[in-house]
Design a protein around this ligand. Structure first.
Ligand SMILES: [Zn+2]
Length: 243
């Protein structure tokens, strides 16, 4: 089955001076329940479907409910200059108009598809599924569990943790106290959301990040419990599932 998305279905594509219009048009439905750009090569489509079938079930269920569409960029990076990106109208109250789309850069296709797919769908879970109270409870729990000496699960989310710590430990005289609190909150929220997505990817894919690439101090078993308790997301490792 083919569905055709227009600006009426996906108004966010008109944002940034129509930068995202390339995500309109036709998508082909696959049996796994998501829609792929029909111009994706067959072997790439198969890799995407296989990865999708291996993300945690609560995430794939949410993606199907939202009729997720997927494409691959022509270069190493996505249109937003990441390895992979999820686009959506996050603030739309009607599910149909959230209209999420995942774009993979060629870099993701080189052995990183499953962790990157898991990461992007975690944004969907974080933003559309969790209540504000759940997000706040997880944020508080994560903040309390990390000291300045700790190293988060991947280099990417650790850099956001460092940015947050740096901001709250320096005196920003260019802003009022109310503004400083707001900026600190933005740094905190950005770190916590990306850390949540990266942690779920690490929990799901034991080889992510690749061995020797990054040394984290985080006890993943504790993180798994924190995530289950505050966000309701249960993540089993694929290693355990296939044992
Ligand atoms: Zn992210």
């Amino acid at each position: 089955m083919i569905k055709t998305l227009t600006l009426n279905d996906r108004p966010w594509a008109a944002g940034a001076k129509n930068k995202y219009r390339c995500f309109l048009g036709q998508y082909q439905r696959y049996d796994c329940g998501i829609f792929l750009d029909p111009f994706i090569r067959r072997d790439d489509a198969q890799s995407i479907v296989t990865a999708f079938l291996n993300v945690p079930q609560q995430l794939s269920g949410l993606a199907k409910e939202h009729e997720l569409t997927v494409s691959i960029s022509g270069s190493q990076w996505t249109l937003s200059n990441n390895s992979s990106t999820i686009y959506a109208d996050w603030f739309h109250a009607v599910k149909r108009f959230v209209s999420p789309h995942v774009e993979f850069g060629r870099r993701s296709m080189q052995g990183l598809l499953l962790p990157h797919f898991t990461h992007e769908l975690c944004h969907l879970y974080w933003r559309t599924h969790l209540t504000r109270a759940s997000r706040q409870a997880y944020t508080e729990s994560l903040r309390k569990s990390m000291s300045a000496l700790d190293v988060d699960v991947t280099e990417y989310c650790h850099s956001l943790f460092v940015d947050y710590l740096r901001y709250v430990s320096t005196v920003d005289l260019t802003r009022t106290e109310v503004q400083r609190k707001l900026v600190a909150l933005q740094y905190l929220e950005s770190w916590v959301e990306e850390s949540f997505c990266e942690t779920v990817a690490c929990l799901r894919v034991p080889s992510y990040p690749p061995p020797g690439k990054w040394r984290s101090t985080v006890a993943l078993a504790t993180r798994r419990q924190q995530i289950a308790k505050h966000t309701g997301l249960n993540v089993d490792s694929l290693e355990i599932l296939s044992a």
